[in-house]
Ligand binder design. Sequence first.
Ligand SMILES: [Zn+2]
Length: 170
Amino acid sequence: MARKTAAMAGALARLWAPWRMAYIKDAGKDSACFLCSLPKSKKDRENLILYRGKTCFVILNKFPYNNGHLLVSPYRHVGEIEEMTDAESLELMKLTGRAKKAIQRAMNPNGFNLGVNLGRAAGAGLPGHVHMHLVPRWNGDCNFMPVLGETKVLPLTLLETWDMLHPFLK
Ligand SMILES: [Zn+2]
């Protein structure tokens, strides 16, 4: 019974966030820093960049926990929050607030999770380049998977989410 419960928990974890599993498997394979490389390209929609500020930018997380999960990051490859300049620190928070407002208006969530993971032990997928996670939350969004089983986890594709949010960040 205990073994069956553990197996079910594993299966549910994969159902809940298949993107995360792909991400964890890929961790360490590619050392290129996407937060440095993507802003150098002009293809913002393709690269899921939602907004460019002076020192920081907003980008959808390619491996989202939820629809609208985005990252706010300085352009500069800086690994520690205390090494960020005053301008970067201020704009990081300002853009986080702006992105939160855009998500609120476009997607009407019931709440948000906001945070920075520092170091691999804390769950940072990309140590070395500070980024703020902003994750919109809806009532019951953690609870529906065990009930519905095979139902698609995220009803929106990343590009659909980009299209939904981009007008609100202009
Ligand atoms: Zn970087």
